[in-house]
Design a protein around this ligand. Sequence first.
Ligand SMILES: CC(C)(COP(=O)(O)OP(=O)(O)OC[C@H]1O[C@@H](n2cnc3c(N)ncnc32)[C@H](O)[C@@H]1OP(=O)(O)O)[C@@H](O)C(=O)NCCC(=O)NCCS
Length: 163
Amino acid sequence: MTEDLRFRRPIEADHRFLVDRVDHWWGGRQLHQLLPRLWLQHFTGTSWIVEDGEGTTIGFLVGFISPDHPDQAYIHMVATDPNHRGEGLGRALYERFFEDVRNRGVREVHAITWPGNRVSVGFHRAMGFIPDEGPETQNLYGTPAYPDYDAEGDDRVAFSRQL
Ligand SMILES: CC(C)(COP(=O)(O)OP(=O)(O)OC[C@H]1O[C@@H](n2cnc3c(N)ncnc32)[C@H](O)[C@@H]1OP(=O)(O)O)[C@@H](O)C(=O)NCCC(=O)NCCS
């Protein structure tokens, strides 16, 4: 990781830049509907952006502490610029989130992903997350996952990690 990175909280004005990049940063999948403006209005206090030395955003994370379970947090989306993958940015964003929420009483972090997203599965495992392996899971693309978790055909790995 280079030295001139800047980590900061997102603001609402970051929304357009981020939403315009989601499909490309996710390899062409049409996922920008997963990042409506509300994430940059109501969850900035537990979210992060990383900029390069010229002030260009090269990664982001949006997450929150669960209102229902205040000892749990949830990471909704994370991505880094494809030109800056494998440089430790994803880890740095996650570690900042862990520190934030740990200081506010969180003991467990959750994240879900599509089991066919091998990069995301590998990243989450590297970050210490473990997939649910309960009786309702099946081995999908090599990972225990819930079929039809979010909707018909929307299979998901349910990851969690203790802090
Ligand atoms: C997943 C993603 C955020 C990882 O970001 P990154 O900046 O490349 O990650 P890092 O360089 O910080 O890597 C962190 C760890 O994940 C591991 N990792 C990263 N990419 C991986 C891959 N393709 N396969 C396996 N492990 C991987 C690294 O080995 C590293 O482990 P280490 O620190 O123990 O060496 C990035 O690939 C991305 O934006 N993908 C598209 C969006 C996406 O799928 N997001 C996740 C679902 S919301």
